[in-house]
Structure formats: structure tokens, C-alpha cells
Ligand binder design. Structure first.
Ligand code: UDP
Ligand code: MG
Length: 337
């Protein structure tokens, strides 16, 4: 089965058209499917419409969140609910076009375990964002310690294995496109043209976008923490230069000026050095707190001859448990009391 996860926040003018388009695309694929709509605390009629859809179409699953948690929260709830062997993530405003779905599924059937939809072009009515998106991807590309496909958002398909790996990640400040790349597995890319939103206004606030961009950078890069080292070298060089000027200047005023200047830069540099060292520790603490696994196993290949003894052990264990009904354990507890 294929699951399609769609976060919905105040999309009443689009829901019906969107579901029609998704259903049309999925019917062409000839596999069983479900759409998990996550209602992220909508304040319009979105939830009523979704519930109505659900009574009419058994493919629809509606997840109702307790309040508005934001795009990432809604998607996380959706992928935890989805039961498919493959899970597709997409926005519900036609910016991720439903006609691309069969292409994603085809790539998955051909053996890919993560299929990322990458934007070939982007239509964006909001001019500031049209400038900021490419800038964000350039900065992320330059800073990231781990290669993350650029110009790709959440629109993608993940095999059950990849979904389980992402779900197992405990971190709270998630940058999903980064985590999706980070878990690995066989990746492939499908290109598409990103359209502008079909109706209504963008629902994400500017501050939530900034938070998301900061999550992306801080969760995949140590470089901002290491900035202090670069600044330390800069301050150190200026201090040395001023010290040299001081040694060769004739007037006592200039000597004093250069001397004080050199001292200021030198001490400032020492502070930056200490900050850099602290940064190294904090980065490692961040790693420990995030508790990401050190590696993820995709498949275990074993020859049948190696598996046979294990099967025998498992069968024997199963029998052993079956021989001990729960009642016995309970009696033991009662006697002990
Ligand atoms: N969305 C959500 N919760 C929010 C904001 C948005 O679930 O707090 C949904 C929204 O309904 C849409 C998707 O997330 O399906 C993307 O939102 P939007 O189109 O506003 O983002 P943009 O495309 O402007 O980045
Ligand atoms: Mg959108």
C-alpha cells in the first residue's frame, strides 16, 4: 500500500479539488493507497470537509491535531500514522503537483528507497521569498557538513524502512529534507516544475520560516560554532600587525595607540579562541542529546545455510513461551506477596 501524507491548515478552498486530483493520480497506479490528511488546527471549515471526505471515500484517513503545531509537527504526525509500504509527503496547495505522484511511485517500484522530488523551476508570487529561497539553499549547501539535495522540500517518497528510520529519530527541531538524506538508503531524484499555490495565501509565517532555516543549518552544520576559530585568527593577525606597527613607530603617542590596539585584539582573540573550544564541546553535547543512531542497517543478507540454525532457535523459543501460560506467572507473584 502507498500512503500519501498531506498537512492541512486552513485550506478549505482547495481540499476538494486537491483530493480529486490525488485520487485521479493514485487510481492510475493500480496499487492500494490511502491519503492521510493531517488537520493542523485549522480555524476554517477544513476539518469538516476532511471528515466529510472520509465518510465518502475509504481511502481517506484524517488525523486531527490538538492545535496548530506547524508544518513539521503536522507532517511528523502524518508519517507516524501512515501504514503504507511507501509514504509520500506533499503539501496540499498544488505546489507539489499530484500528477508527479505516479513518477515517484514508478521510481520506487524500480528499486529506489527514497525518491526526492527536486524543483527544476519555481513559481513564487511573493517576491521576497522568491529571492530568499535560492539564498537559503546556497547558504545551506555551503555550510552543511553532510550533502543534502538542494532545491528539494518535503515532496518525496520514502520506503517503509526509511520512514521507520526517520520516525526513530528523537530530535525535536527537525529539518526533514536533511534527515531524509541523512538516513541514507538507495536515493533517486525526480524533477518537476513547482507551481505557485492554486488558491489562498501561504500559511507559514515569516518567523516560522526563519526558525526552519535555522533548524536546517544548526542540525546539519558545526560551522557556525567554528566561526569563533576563524575570528580568532583574524583578531590574532590584526593584533600582530598592530604590534609590528608599534615597534617601528617613532612618536610615543603612536606607540601607545598601536600597543593598546594590539592588546585589545589579542585579548579579544583569546576570548574567541575559548568560545571556539566551548563550541566544539557544545556541538558534541548537541550530538549526544539528539541521540541520532550512529548507523542504520538497511538490509541484512544471509545465505540460507546461515539462517537455518537461527530459525531452529527461534522456533524452539516460540514453543518455550507457549508452554508457559500467563496464569503461572501470576500465581508466582501471588505466592511471593
Ligand atoms: N500547513 C500546516 N500547518 C501550518 C502551516 C501550513 O499544516 O502551520 C500546511 C498547509 O496547509 C500546506 C503546507 O503546510 O498544505 C504548506 O504550507 P504553505 O503552502 O503555506 O507553505 P509554502 O508553500 O508557502 O512554503
Ligand atoms: Mg505552499
Amino acid at each position: 500500500m502507498i500512503s500519501v501524507v498531506v498537512p492541512i491548515y486552513n485550506e478549505e478552498e482547495l481540499i476538494m479539488r486537491f483530493h480529486e486530483a490525488v485520487a485521479f493520480a493514485m487510481e492510475g497506479v493500480h496499487m492500494s493507497w490511502e491519503v492521510v490528511y493531517v488537520n493542523d488546527g485549522s480555524t476554517d471549515y477544513s476539518l469538516e470537509l476532511l471528515k466529510g471526505l472520509q465518510t465518502m471515500d475509504s481511502h481517506v484517513v484524517v488525523v486531527e491535531l490538538s492545535r496548530n503545531w506547524g508544518h513539521v509537527g503536522a507532517i511528523s504526525a502524518g508519517i507516524e500514522t501512515a501504514r503504507g509500504d511507501a509514504v509520500i509527503l506533499m503539501d496540499g496547495d498544488f505546489q507539489d503537483p499530484p500528477e508527479v505522484l505516479p513518477k515517484l511511485i514508478e521510481a520506487w517500484r524500480e528499486g529506489a528507497e527514497v525518491v526526492v522530488a527536486v524543483r527544476k523551476s519555481r513559481q513564487e508570487r511573493r517576491k521576497i521569498l522568491a529571492q530568499l529561497f535560492p539564498l537559503f539553499y546556497r547558504v545551506l549547501g555551503a555550510l552543511s557538513d553532510y550533502p543534502i539535495p538542494l532545491n528539494a522540500g518535503i515532496f518525496s517518497l520514502m520506503d517503509r524502512k526509511a520512514v521507520d528510520s526517520v520516525n526513530a529519530m528523537g530530535e525535536k527541531n527537525r529539518y526533514l529534507p536533511g534527515l531524509r538524506a541523512w538516513v541514507g538508503y538507495r536515493n533517486t531524484v525526480v524533477y518537476y516544475d513547482r507551481q505557485d499555490r492554486l488558491a489562498g495565501d501561504g500559511k507559514l509565517s515569516f518567523s516560522s520560516r526563519i526558525k526552519y532555516a535555522m533548524d536546517a543549518i544548526t542540525s546539519f552544520s558545526y560551522k557556525p560554532l567554528r566561526l569563533s576559530f576563524a575570528l580568532f585568527f583574524l583578531a590574532g593577525s590584526v593584533a600582530a600587525l598592530l604590534a609590528v606597527f608599534m615597534l617601528f613607530s617613532k612618536s610615543s603617542v603612536a606607540v601607545a595607540g598601536f600597543g593598546v590596539g594590539a592588546a585589545v585584539f589579542f585579548v579579544g582573540g583569546l576570548l574567541l579562541l575559548c568560545l571556539g573550544v566551548l563550541g566544539e564541546y557544545i556541538g558534541r553535547m548537541y550530538d549526544e542529546v539528539r541521540n541520532r543512531p550512529l548507523s542504520i542497517v538497511s538490509t541484512v543478507h544471509r545465505s540460507p545455510a546461515m539462517i537455518a540454525p537461527h530459525l531452529a532457535v527461534i522456533a524452539a523459543k516460540g514453543k518455550g513461551y507457549a508452554d508457559q501460560p500467563n496464569g503461572e506467572t501470576e500465581t508466582a507473584v501471588v505466592e511471593a506477596a
